[in-house]
Write a new protein. Structure first.
Length: 181
Protein backbone atom coordinates (compact mmCIF):
# COMPACT_ATOMS: atom_id res chain seq x y z
CA UNK A 1 0.00 0.00 0.00
CA UNK A 2 1.61 3.07 -1.28
CA UNK A 3 -0.62 5.77 0.14
CA UNK A 4 -1.12 9.25 -1.13
CA UNK A 5 1.55 11.87 -1.53
CA UNK A 6 0.12 13.75 1.43
CA UNK A 7 0.35 10.75 3.75
CA UNK A 8 3.98 10.12 2.70
CA UNK A 9 4.87 13.79 3.40
CA UNK A 10 3.20 13.63 6.81
CA UNK A 11 5.04 10.42 7.68
CA UNK A 12 8.36 12.00 6.67
CA UNK A 13 7.65 15.08 8.86
CA UNK A 14 6.70 12.89 11.83
CA UNK A 15 9.99 10.96 11.52
CA UNK A 16 11.95 14.21 11.29
CA UNK A 17 10.19 15.75 14.28
CA UNK A 18 10.70 12.64 16.40
CA UNK A 19 14.51 13.14 16.36
CA UNK A 20 15.99 15.25 19.21
CA UNK A 21 16.95 18.84 18.38
CA UNK A 22 20.61 19.65 17.82
CA UNK A 23 22.21 22.75 19.30
CA UNK A 24 24.46 24.67 16.93
CA UNK A 25 27.34 25.89 19.12
CA UNK A 26 29.37 27.48 16.33
CA UNK A 27 27.35 30.70 16.26
CA UNK A 28 27.36 30.93 20.06
CA UNK A 29 31.14 30.47 20.18
CA UNK A 30 31.59 33.18 17.55
CA UNK A 31 29.57 35.64 19.61
CA UNK A 32 31.56 34.91 22.80
CA UNK A 33 34.86 35.19 20.93
CA UNK A 34 33.91 38.62 19.62
CA UNK A 35 32.77 39.68 23.10
CA UNK A 36 36.02 38.53 24.72
CA UNK A 37 38.13 40.32 22.09
CA UNK A 38 36.10 43.50 22.56
CA UNK A 39 36.60 43.41 26.34
CA UNK A 40 40.34 42.75 26.02
CA UNK A 41 40.85 45.61 23.56
CA UNK A 42 38.87 48.13 25.60
CA UNK A 43 40.06 47.04 29.04
CA UNK A 44 43.34 48.97 29.32
CA UNK A 45 42.07 52.23 27.85
CA UNK A 46 40.83 53.86 31.04
CA UNK A 47 42.69 54.42 34.26
CA UNK A 48 40.53 55.18 37.25
CA UNK A 49 41.97 56.25 40.58
CA UNK A 50 40.08 55.07 43.61
CA UNK A 51 38.27 58.25 44.53
CA UNK A 52 36.89 59.09 47.90
CA UNK A 53 33.21 59.99 48.21
CA UNK A 54 34.21 62.94 50.37
CA UNK A 55 36.39 64.44 47.63
CA UNK A 56 34.98 66.54 44.80
CA UNK A 57 37.86 66.71 42.34
CA UNK A 58 38.28 69.78 40.13
CA UNK A 59 37.54 69.50 36.41
CA UNK A 60 40.22 69.71 33.73
CA UNK A 61 40.52 69.42 29.95
CA UNK A 62 44.08 68.10 30.08
CA UNK A 63 44.55 64.96 28.02
CA UNK A 64 47.67 63.77 29.86
CA UNK A 65 47.07 60.71 31.98
CA UNK A 66 48.90 60.28 35.28
CA UNK A 67 51.03 57.20 35.67
CA UNK A 68 50.53 54.78 38.52
CA UNK A 69 52.13 56.27 41.62
CA UNK A 70 51.78 56.80 45.34
CA UNK A 71 48.59 58.75 46.17
CA UNK A 72 48.09 61.51 48.75
CA UNK A 73 44.45 62.33 49.57
CA UNK A 74 43.53 65.66 51.13
CA UNK A 75 40.14 65.22 52.78
CA UNK A 76 38.28 67.76 54.89
CA UNK A 77 39.78 66.35 58.10
CA UNK A 78 42.91 64.33 57.30
CA UNK A 79 45.86 63.95 54.99
CA UNK A 80 46.10 60.32 53.85
CA UNK A 81 49.13 58.65 52.28
CA UNK A 82 48.20 55.40 50.50
CA UNK A 83 44.84 55.46 52.35
CA UNK A 84 46.53 55.67 55.77
CA UNK A 85 46.00 58.78 57.90
CA UNK A 86 49.21 60.76 58.43
CA UNK A 87 48.14 64.04 60.02
CA UNK A 88 44.96 66.08 60.42
CA UNK A 89 44.40 69.10 58.20
CA UNK A 90 44.09 71.41 61.21
CA UNK A 91 47.47 70.29 62.57
CA UNK A 92 49.08 70.67 59.14
CA UNK A 93 47.77 74.22 58.73
CA UNK A 94 48.67 75.16 62.32
CA UNK A 95 52.23 73.87 62.09
CA UNK A 96 54.88 76.38 61.17
CA UNK A 97 57.23 76.04 58.26
CA UNK A 98 56.79 75.65 54.57
CA UNK A 99 55.95 71.93 54.53
CA UNK A 100 54.04 69.34 56.55
CA UNK A 101 56.69 67.57 58.65
CA UNK A 102 54.61 64.47 59.47
CA UNK A 103 53.86 63.95 55.77
CA UNK A 104 57.52 64.45 54.86
CA UNK A 105 58.52 61.77 57.37
CA UNK A 106 55.94 59.35 55.95
CA UNK A 107 57.13 60.10 52.40
CA UNK A 108 60.75 59.42 53.39
CA UNK A 109 59.67 56.03 54.71
CA UNK A 110 57.79 55.30 51.48
CA UNK A 111 60.79 56.39 49.39
CA UNK A 112 63.02 53.81 51.09
CA UNK A 113 60.79 50.95 49.94
CA UNK A 114 61.48 51.38 46.20
CA UNK A 115 64.79 51.38 44.32
CA UNK A 116 66.04 54.60 42.75
CA UNK A 117 66.54 54.46 38.97
CA UNK A 118 68.10 56.98 36.60
CA UNK A 119 64.68 58.43 35.71
CA UNK A 120 63.88 58.93 39.38
CA UNK A 121 67.21 60.62 39.97
CA UNK A 122 66.51 63.05 37.11
CA UNK A 123 62.86 63.93 37.59
CA UNK A 124 62.06 62.67 41.07
CA UNK A 125 59.67 59.99 42.22
CA UNK A 126 56.10 60.18 40.88
CA UNK A 127 53.23 61.03 43.22
CA UNK A 128 49.54 61.91 42.73
CA UNK A 129 47.75 64.42 44.96
CA UNK A 130 43.96 64.10 45.24
CA UNK A 131 42.40 67.13 46.86
CA UNK A 132 38.90 68.48 47.14
CA UNK A 133 37.98 71.56 45.11
CA UNK A 134 37.71 73.45 48.37
CA UNK A 135 41.17 72.50 49.61
CA UNK A 136 42.97 75.66 50.75
CA UNK A 137 45.90 76.65 48.57
CA UNK A 138 48.10 77.09 51.65
CA UNK A 139 47.62 73.40 52.51
CA UNK A 140 48.22 72.28 48.92
CA UNK A 141 51.40 74.37 48.80
CA UNK A 142 52.72 72.79 52.04
CA UNK A 143 51.91 69.27 50.81
CA UNK A 144 53.70 69.92 47.52
CA UNK A 145 56.71 71.32 49.42
CA UNK A 146 56.84 68.18 51.58
CA UNK A 147 56.77 66.08 48.40
CA UNK A 148 59.55 68.10 46.77
CA UNK A 149 61.88 67.93 49.78
CA UNK A 150 61.53 64.12 49.97
CA UNK A 151 62.43 63.56 46.30
CA UNK A 152 58.80 63.19 45.12
CA UNK A 153 59.17 65.93 42.50
CA UNK A 154 57.09 64.37 39.70
CA UNK A 155 53.80 65.67 41.09
CA UNK A 156 50.44 65.10 39.39
CA UNK A 157 47.14 66.53 40.58
CA UNK A 158 44.11 64.25 40.22
CA UNK A 159 41.22 65.87 38.35
CA UNK A 160 38.01 64.87 36.60
CA UNK A 161 38.74 64.69 32.89
CA UNK A 162 36.29 66.80 30.90
CA UNK A 163 36.00 67.00 27.12
CA UNK A 164 37.39 70.14 25.58
CA UNK A 165 34.74 72.65 24.58
CA UNK A 166 34.85 75.09 21.73
CA UNK A 167 34.92 78.75 22.76
CA UNK A 168 31.97 80.87 21.76
CA UNK A 169 32.13 81.96 18.17
CA UNK A 170 33.64 78.66 16.95
CA UNK A 171 37.31 78.24 16.31
CA UNK A 172 39.60 75.62 17.73
CA UNK A 173 39.34 74.19 21.21
CA UNK A 174 41.67 75.66 23.80
CA UNK A 175 43.59 73.31 26.05
CA UNK A 176 46.37 73.88 28.51
CA UNK A 177 48.74 71.05 29.26
CA UNK A 178 51.43 71.28 31.87
CA UNK A 179 54.94 70.15 31.26
CA UNK A 180 57.09 68.11 33.64
CA UNK A 181 58.56 69.38 36.88
Amino acid sequence: MNGSQRSRRMARNHRRMARPAKLNLVALMDIFTILVLFLIVNNGDVEVLQSDRNLALPDSVSEQRPEAALVIKLTERDILLADRPVVSVDEALASGGESVDALAAALRTAARSGPATEDIADSGRPIVIMGDRKTPYALLKRVMAACAETDFRDISLAVNSMPTELPEGGGEALSVAGTGP
